[in-house]
Write a protein of this length. Structure first.
Length: 59
């Protein structure tokens, strides 16, 4: 199903981007820089969705 494949590709891209953002945020935090409000909530929601998605896919 092409539409489903496109959704999965987009989700994977978003997950990779979130990982990069998390890495940058962690590095900035080490330097004492406060990251913008809401980023943690967004990343946590992506991680929850990722966990739910991996639980739903047939293995």
């Amino acid at each position: 199903m092409p539409n489903q494949s496109a959704k999965i590709d987009l989700a994977n891209l978003m997950i990779r981007k979130a990982g990069l953002i998390r890495t940058v945020r962690d590095e900035l935090a080490k330097q004492g820089v406060v990251y913008w409000t809401g980023l943690t909530e967004i990343l946590d929601a992506i991680e929850r969705a990722r966990g739910e998605e991996s639980g739903e896919q047939p293995g």
